[in-house]
Ligand binder design. Structure first.
Ligand SMILES: *Cc1c(COP(=O)(O)O)cnc(C)c1O
Length: 438
């Protein structure tokens, strides 16, 4: 008998007959036993469902040629790139290393968009010669560099110009200064984006496909995307008036929110996309613009909720008059997000997942660093040494941000599909950690 854990309305997280946490129907303690801890577990069925959801929603909401690009920085390895391709997504890479991973996984270069605010000459040469479909150019200097390199390689490179619309996704406000004062993109409000577009159109070896914009992350409401659409359409109309150029592609970026704690509810992404489609169509009608093909770049929204990290409790310490510390065999090396920016998570004792969470603990990592915590004031079942602790919603920006601090080897990733498990990234060894030492 399996009972559902009422967590983030995630039906893949259940308590099995033994009282253990099951992920996608697989006993988490059996996984910890088989692969060791710390262990990243990824529900591949859920990843594929999320990918299909974005593909279908975007096909329904936007014109032909519209599709989601998986923002691979959220979790980049060959298996994830392959899944994105199999599910009909394009791919967004932000470094030559991510591009290399994608190509090594057999991802078609023409379906890849290459981002980055400081691409090197070698990065651009690698992308152009690999036949990458789109380079998102971050500014005028880079446009010139792409133009020159494409010329040398005898290519005409598809480019989106990255613009900053001056939108704060967390106040749903258009703010002309401040939010354009960032390292990414060319600002629209200052007139720079219009001027640079004019010069991009004159470049012989650049095929300007349209514009790219990414307003932020953890967006729970459609409103920031509405505002972004409005600002971009007004900009497209301005570009058409000034330069007689009608952009065919608009990349609205990523940022779909996920629930990390029980008081949060993830947004209905398909509904958000449908409503952005309506907003876009209405805006185009009002401005007499053809509706552009739309790209979006979900990263976290695809993989975050499909990930669970399993640890083993090494000791439990209650400080008299202080807090209860539960120390585990991982920490900031496999999940730096709490140490880095106080990101909150939900956890459970996997051995007794169905019992009441009556303990309040500080979940501590094993690094020699007081700030190496996975969370504070976390509600979990009363923990004992040797228990397995599960931290939920760790699929995004965990493995991809992991480090070897203290020479801790990075954990493996076990993917679950149809009730069976396989490794998609193996555990690092001490030999791996010392392999570059001369
Ligand atoms: C980070 C990023 C994304 C993905 O953001 P999520 O919040 O993970 O969806 C998409 N596009 C660009 C350009 C980014 O920098």
């Amino acid at each position: 008998m399996e009972t559902e854990i009422d967590m983030f309305q995630q039906p893949n997280l259940t308590v099995n007959a033994a009282g253990h946490l099951a992920i996608g129907g697989v006993d988490s303690l059996a996984l910890a036993e088989k692969y060791g801890t710390p262990l990243y577990v990824l529900d591949e069925d859920m990843v594929r469902e999320r990918m299909a959801l974005y593909v279908d929603a975007m096909r329904a909401a936007f014109p032909a040629g519209s599709r989601p690009l998986y923002a691979s920085k959220a979790l980049c390895c060959k298996a994830l790139c392959a899944m994105a391709h199999e599910q009909g997504m394009g791919l967004d890479v932000v470094s030559a290393g991510e591009l290399y991973t994608a190509l090594a996984a057999g991802f078609p270069a023409e379906d890849i968009c290459f981002h980055g605010n400081a691409k090197t000459e070698a990065d651009i040469r690698y992308a152009v010669s690999s036949g990458v479909g789109i380079i998102a150019a971050d500014g005028e200097e880079e446009l010139e560099r792409i133009d020159r390199i494409a010329g040398e390689l005898g290519a005409r490179q598809g480019v989106l110009l990255r613009v900053t619309p001056g939108i704060d996704p967390h106040t749903f406000a258009a703010v002309n200064t401040g939010v354009v004062d960032v390292k990414f993109g060319v600002p629209i409000p200052t007139g720079d984006a219009l001027a640079v577009t004019g010069r991009a159109l004159e470049k012989e070896n650049i095929h300007l496909l349209g514009f790219h914009c990414h307003i932020g992350s953890q967006i729970f409401e459609p409103d920031p995307f509405f505002l972004e659409t409005d600002v971009l359409l007004a900009f497209l109309a301005q570009v058409r008036r000034a330069w007689g150029y009608t952009a065919g592609v608009l990349d609205l970026g990523g940022g779909f929110a996920v629930a990390y704690t029980e008081d949060q509810r993830g947004p209905d992404c398909a509904d958000m996309i449908r409503r952005v489609g309506e907003r876009l169509a209405a805006g185009c009608r009002a401005l007499d613009l053809p509706v552009p093909a739309v790209l979006m770049e979900p990263g976290r929204g695809i993989v975050a909720a499909a990930g669970v990290t399993l640890y083993t409790v090494q000791n439990v310490k209650s400080v008299p008059g202080g807090r209860c510390y539960v120390a585990v065999d991982g920490g900031m090396t496999d999940n730096p997000r709490y140490a880095l920016y106080g990101a909150r998570y939900t956890a459970a004792v996997a051995d007794r997942a169905g019992e009441a969470k009556t303990a309040r603990v500080t979940l501590a990592g094993c690094c020699c660093e007081s700030g190496d915590l996975l969370g504070e004031d976390m509600a979990i079942q009363p923990p004992h040494t040797g228990d397995r602790v599960a931290v939920f919603v760790t699929g995004a920006y965990n493995y991809s941000m992991a480090s070897n601090y203290n020479r801790v080897p990075r954990p493996p990733i076990a993917a679950l599909r149809g009730g069976t498990d396989r490794l998609i990234v193996r555990r690092e060894t001490w030999e791996d950690v010392t392999r570059y030492d001369l």
